[in-house]
Design a protein around this ligand. Structure first.
Ligand SMILES: *Cc1c(COP(=O)(O)O)cnc(C)c1O
Length: 393
């Protein structure tokens, strides 16, 4: 649509498709198939289908296409392919472009399932993977060689909120001819400038901020039209990664408020992080928006925000962390993020439970560490909830 619309306008209108009824809200085209006017039309569409011509919902669907066009517009990519989950997007982006013998360099601090795809799935198919400390540019320089096909990283790591310098790593990768694939979930599409900074492919779990109300699993791969339609789509559509039209409709509705929500949540996260820094029961607070964060300047340059997440270490180890979690009233104990409801997670015993102890320590996942996904509640109530829980410790 209009290439010069601002993000908030795009989030409401971009990609909208209306049927002959002129419905106001985005329609859910809950259909697997499409009827052709003639045998000739069916034949022609199987040879080459246009952007508003569909064949089968595993390949594409009008509601899903609305979501793809809307997210591509705000990410600043030519195209996007929506998937059934964030992991279908990560797996699809990598599996579709790699073959046996290829070399990938990845940051080590990854979401558990991303690590599984790289360490177990890709390696099983003969892809060589080198892991580096994502914040250490010298390790990237040493690991990326002229034969490297792709680099992969989470632009902000979970749960210790360490940033990877997208521009610097992209320069290293591009000099070697490698494609840059970024899992940008923690940065959110609102604070993302990943494509301007050099990323070739940006992947989201739309389960998080894009839905924003913890209802549906989803994911998306954003990239050039050539990558999305010629590399990713054949793999995704034939292996069944498609997002359901009902999910796409949920995501479209989530996007209308995405900018407002992410900005409100990020402002609250900074307010809460600042308040927590003053608490004597807290050993350290990690939030890229704080001046005390080692990569504060990079966060501001790369995202213009510290994001919607923070982590902090409760003094007294696991026992104190559990007492703290159990005393929370408003904030829920769970493991999603980007939800309207604030969520506290104990990474060492849940999301990162399976990591060996030495790796937990290396990644900073201590027994007292709590990850907080800041929701849309009044930050004063959240700070009150956290302070009351600390008092109970
Ligand atoms: C949640 C998440 C994923 C996986 O997304 P799902 O929708 O759960 O499949 C991948 N990467 C990161 C960084 C995530 O937070």
């Amino acid at each position: 649509m209009a290439g010069n619309w601002k993000t908030r306008t795009q989030l409401v209108h971009e990609g909208s498709r209306r049927s002959q009824y002129g419905e106001m809200a985005e329609a859910i085209f809950l259909t697997q198939g499409f009827v052709y006017d003639s045998a000739e039309q069916a034949e022609a569409r199987f040879v080459q289908s246009g952007p508003d011509e569909f064949i089968y919902a595993r390949y594409g669907n009008p509601t899903t296409r609305m979501f793809e066009d809307r997210i591509a517009a705000i990410e600043g990519t030519e195209d996007a392919f929506a998937t059934a989950s964030g992991m279908a997007a990560v797996n699809g982006a990598l599996m579709s472009m790699l073959r046996a013998g290829d070399h990938v360099v990845s940051s080590r601090a990854l979401f558990g399932s991303c690590l599984y795809v790289l360490e177990e799935v890709l390696m099983r198919f003969g892809v060589r993977v080198t892991f580096v400390d994502g914040a250490d540019l010298n390790q990237w320089r040493a690991a990326v060689t002229p034969g490297t096909k792709a680099v992969f990283f989470e632009s902000m790591s979970n749960p210790t909120l360490e940033l990877v310098d997208i521009r610097a790593v992209s320069d290293i990768a591009h000099a070697a001819g490698a494609l840059v694939v970024v899992d940008n979930v923690f940065a959110t599409p609102i604070f993302s400038r990943a494509v301007d900074q050099g990323a070739d492919v940006v992947v989201y779990s739309s389960t998080k901020h894009i839905d924003g109300q913890g209802r549906a699993l989803g994911g998306v791969i954003c990239g050039t039209r050539d990558f999305v339609r010629k590399v990713a789509e054949p793999y995704l559509k034939h292996t069944g990664a498609a997002m359901s039209p009902f999910t796409a409709w949920i995501m479209l509705n989530g996007m209308a408020t995405l900018d407002l929500r992410c900005r409100a949540m990020a402002a609250a996260a900074l307010e809460i992080a600042t308040a927590m820094e003053a608490e004597p029961g807290i050993a350290r607070v990690i939030h890229p928006g704080l001046a005390s964060h080692a990569q504060h300047d990079l966060a501001m340059a790369q995202m213009g925000s510290g994001g919607t997440m923070l982590s902090f270490e409760v003094k007294g180890g696991k026992e104190a962390a559990f007492r703290f979690l159990n005393a929370l009233e408003i904030i829920k104990i769970s493991n999603n993020l980007g939800d309207a409801k604030s969520i506290a997670t104990h990474p060492a015993t849940t999301t990162h439970q399976r990591l060996p102890e030495d790796q937990k320590i290396a990644l900073g996942i201590s027994p007292g560490l709590i990850r907080l996904s800041v929701g849309l509640e009044d930050p004063a109530d959240l700070i009150g909830d956290l302070q009351a829980a600390l008092a109970a410790v």
